[in-house]
Every structure is written in structure tokens, then in C-alpha cells.
Design a protein around this ligand. Structure first.
Ligand SMILES: O=C(O)CCC(=O)C(=O)O
Length: 300
């Protein structure tokens, strides 16, 4: 990690360094380039205690799913101890039905659903969408294992709406988004589980057609468990001769944090989670995305 830390210190702008010293509440905004690629980082989506509990509950559901269901044909967890899951089923429009984390994590929740009037609300449910690629590589997660994830989704959605509304610099971008209407910002969730620092995700960008115009993709990434470095580099170009040209950036993602990749980030940049030999604890990452267009093969 030392090497990576040195790298991060060397290659990050002052904004990213500030993330390490952050007060845990106010958002950090990082402008990556002049093409409208930018990030927000919120070190704590809610208080840390909740994040630790969320981690335990979700990890249990991931493990149970692996025990219960056949393995997807392209699951690569054997290779690098990273397993992927996606949410399948329906969700209620984004609002929180839980008053506390204990409530969220209550295993008896389905019984509570009726007393809270959820049945009535179910008529307003949306179907969770998926990137067809996930069907072969990831495990499906369904009700009631989704309660905690959907609760986090509603918190992330609210936080992102606040960020979009409060940043004058991005007004033009925000105004161009039909998503700020009543439609939920996110309609799909991919979950990555990392066993420890050996598990990684290689350089890529989430710029597939199912996410719409790559210059305007919004992804909310919530981290739980171990802190890990997250890196970005401008998409490789002919003639790049080193790190300076790639303009690499790194940010330490703490458990409980929210990272928002917005604007042209997926069109112009790649990201990865590099291995970290000093990390021996598991981590869960939830990426909330918006899938657009007609339903495709695999979406049911
Ligand atoms: O685990 C992370 O923070 C990154 C996940 C990621 O890059 C992805 O799901 O596309």
C-alpha cells in the first residue's frame, strides 16, 4: 500500500488529498477534465455504525445466495476472490420506510411490510433492470435479501439529488437530465464482494449502450467494509507515454462512503480497484446505475 499511497500523494490534486482529511460530512467535488467529467465523494453516507451493520447484513445475504443458487457460468470469484451479484425483482419508489438501521436489518421485515402499508404501496413498484451481461457473470439477489440494499439505494438517491441540486457549476448538466423529475435516478444495482486486498477489478469504464449516452452517465457507488483505493485514468490514447499523460487519480474509499461518477466520466475515463497487499478484510461495493431503453435479452 505504501507504494500506492506514495503514488496517490504524487498524482492526486489537492482535492483528493483533502478526502483523507475530510470531516466526513461535506461533499468533495473533483473536476476531472474540461469535458464535463466529474466526481463527488461523500465520506459518510450515514453514520459509521450503520455502515458496519449494513455490511454484515448484506454479506450474509450474499453468502446465503451463493449457497442456495447454482453458480453463474462466467463467475470469476475463483480467480480473484471477487464475486458479483445483481438485484432482481421490484422496488418501491425511492423513499425510506425505515426509521432505524435495526429496522432495516430486521429479518422479520416481510411481516412488518403489511403493518406499514407496503402492500398498498406495491402497486407503485418499479421493476429492477439489469445489464444483460450480468446474467452470466453475477448471482441474482431477490426479495427479501434486497431490503437493506434498497434502503441504501434510497439514501444514495436522496444524497445524489441534493448534490445535483446544490452545485451551480453543473446546472447545465443537471438541467439536461430528465432524471431529476419524478423518475428514480437509479433502477439497477450491481454488487461486488471483495474477499480481501487480493481481489481487484481491472481498468474499465461503464460506458455500455444500456446506460445511454456515455457523456451523461450517473453512477452512485457505495462502499462498505474495508477501505480501498480507487483509481481513475483518462482513457488510453495513442502516444501516451506514462502516468503523467494518463493523468491518474486515486481516492481512498472508506466503508460507508458514497462516490458519484457523473457527466462524461465513463466516456473519457477508466477506473479500477487495484490489489492492495496490506488489506486483509472484505469489502462490498454497491453501484447504483440507470439502465435506459427497451428491455433486452435476459431482462425477462
Ligand atoms: O468496487 C469498486 O469500488 C468499483 C466497482 C466498479 O468499478 C464497478 O462495479 O464497475
Amino acid at each position: 500500500m505504501q507504494e500506492l499511497e506514495a503514488f496517490t500523494q504524487q498524482h492526486c490534486g489537492t482535492e483528493e488529498k483533502a478526502a483523507h482529511l475530510h470531516d466526513g460530512v461535506s461533499p468533495l467535488c473533483v473536476t476531472l477534465d474540461t469535458s464535463g467529467s466529474f466526481l463527488w465523494y461523500l465520506p459518510s453516507l450515514t453514520c459509521d455504525e450503520d455502515a458496519a451493520r449494513w455490511f454484515q447484513v448484506i454479506q450474509k445475504h450474499l453468502f446465503d445466495t451463493k449457497k442456495e443458487l447454482p453458480r453463474p457460468p462466467k463467475d470469476t470469484s475463483n480467480a480473484n476472490d471477487r464475486a458479483q451479484f445483481y438485484a432482481r425483482g421490484t422496488y418501491l419508489p425511492d423513499r425510506s420506510y425505515f426509521s432505524s438501521v435495526t429496522d432495516v436489518c430486521n429479518e422479520e421485515l416481510t411481516e412488518d411490510v403489511e403493518s406499514k402499508g407496503w402492500k398498498h404501496e406495491m402497486s407503485k413498484a418499479y421493476t429492477l433492470r439489469l445489464n444483460p451481461r450480468w446474467c452470466s457473470a453475477a448471482w441474482p439477489l431477490e426479495e427479501p435479501k434486497l431490503n437493506c440494499i434498497l434502503h441504501i439505494k434510497s439514501l444514495a438517491e436522496q444524497a445524489v439529488r441534493n448534490l445535483l441540486a446544490s452545485h451551480e457549476d453543473f446546472k447545465e448538466y443537471c438541467d439536461s437530465m430528465p432524471r431529476l423529475s419524478d423518475e428514480p435516478l437509479f433502477n439497477s444495482v450491481l454488487v461486488n464482494w471483495y474477499a480481501d486486498g487480493r481481489s481487484q477489478i481491472k481498468w474499465h469504464s461503464d460506458d455500455e449502450r444500456c446506460y445511454g449516452n456515455p457523456t451523461n452517465i450517473l453512477i452512485a457507488s457505495v462502499s462498505l467494509g474495508a477501505s480501498r483505493y480507487f483509481e481513475l485514468r483518462r482513457k488510453p490514447r495513442r502516444g501516451d507515454s506514462g502516468l503523467e499523460d494518463q493523468r491518474r487519480r486515486g481516492i481512498l474509499l472508506h466503508g460507508g462512503s458514497l462516490l458519484v461518477m457523473a457527466g462524461a466520466t465513463q466516456a473519457e475515463w477508466q477506473h479500477c480497484l487495484p490489489p492492495d497487499q496490506t488489506c486483509n478484510a472484505p469489502r462490498i461495493n454497491l453501484t447504483f446505475r440507470r439502465i435506459v431503453g427497451e428491455k433486452r435479452r435476459g431482462e425477462g
